[in-house]
Design a protein. Structure first.
Length: 305
């Protein structure tokens, strides 16, 4: 297991290096980095001075080597707007984003797994069809529209919850519900289909033939195997939640990394954008490794060498 984790960390490092390389290339493909980072009305002399100060006037391979050297040292540049290290700004905002993403993930799992089980055990009944209609609707509704509707109803009309910002747990309710809707709907459908497939296996029929009760058969034998593909989706959901947090944080003025990246994009603050993309890649790699290790907990037959 240790050897496997170390090998995955090695592959993850390669993936992160690839992301860093893509960020470097994309910034250069967009045009002159100095002209992009400065304001549109910046005089040519200021652009040339900025280019020389940051080494943009050097050959591309020299810039690439310097860029990787700075990344290895944790130096991703200084924010053009905040005049602080870009990586420090991202790290400061990560806890707020993770708070939102983890709460949304937990909410989606707590609701979706029981709903999927109920739908599977009541296949082709009104419960099953109602659950699937809600699940499809949850996957179809855009996050930004749903968030605005929640804000309009519960904050503006009913005045039950704060409109935006942070401070108390009440400020988390609307952002978390908005962010959890899509993964909740997708996981519900996956739990249903996976459990239905598992319930049709021969070993489930054997367990029933031995006289085991329906609940024991479902929860002790079927559900554990049915959750294996769900774990895979949960790992993918983490990336989706972090990406979706960019929109949700902007709507609800949540002080997280996503809102900072939107502001950096509007301000053409490329050092902050580069730091944010790199941090998202690192989190994604680590979550993937955790998901792989979790397989062995759910199904002891899975072993890594």
């Amino acid at each position: 297991m240790v050897r496997y984790v170390l090998s995955r960390l090695g592959y993850g490092l390669i993936a992160v290096i690839g992301v860093v390389l893509v960020v470097f290339v994309v910034v250069r493909l967009l045009g002159d980095p100095a002209a992009l980072m400065l304001s549109e009305d910046a005089p040519p002399a200021a652009i040339e001075a900025f280019r020389q100060e940051h080494g943009f006037d050097q050959p591309i391979m020299v810039q690439l080597g310097r860029f990787f050297s700075e990344v290895a040292r944790g130096d991703l540049g200084t924010s053009l707007r905040h005049h602080e290290p870009a990586l420090s700004l991202i790290i400061e905002r990560i806890p707020a984003t993770l708070q939102l993403a983890v709460a949304a993930l937990v909410l989606s799992l707590v609701i979706s797994i029981p709903l999927g089980i109920v739908a599977a055990l009541n296949k082709d009944t009104i419960r099953d069809r109602a659950t699937m209609v809600l699940a499809i609707a949850g996957q179809s509704i855009p996050d930004f529209w749903f968030g605005l509707m929640l804000m309009l109803v519960f904050s503006v009309w009913l005045k039950w919850l704060p409109v935006s910002g942070t401070g108390t747990w009440l400020h988390m309710v609307l952002p978390v519900i908005t962010l959890a809707t899509f993964p909740l709907a997708r996981t519900t459908r996956l739990v249903r289909s996976s459990l239905l497939e598992t319930l049709g296996q021969d070993y489930i029929q054997t367990a029933r033939a031995k006289g085991l009760s329906g609940m024991v058969t479902v929860y002790k034998h079927a559900l554990r195997n049915a959750l294996i593909p769900v774990i895979t989706i949960v790992g993918l959901e983490v990336g989706s939640l972090l990406s979706g947090a960019i929109i949700v944080e902007t709507i609800f003025a949540w002080p997280g990394m996503g809102r900072l990246l939107v502001q950096a994009l509007n301000n053409r603050d490329f050092p902050v954008i580069q730091a944010g993309v790199l941090m998202l890649a690192i989190i994604k790699v680590l979550v993937t490794i955790v998901v792989d290790v979790t397989y062995t907990i759910i199904d002891p037959r899975i072993r890594y060498t």
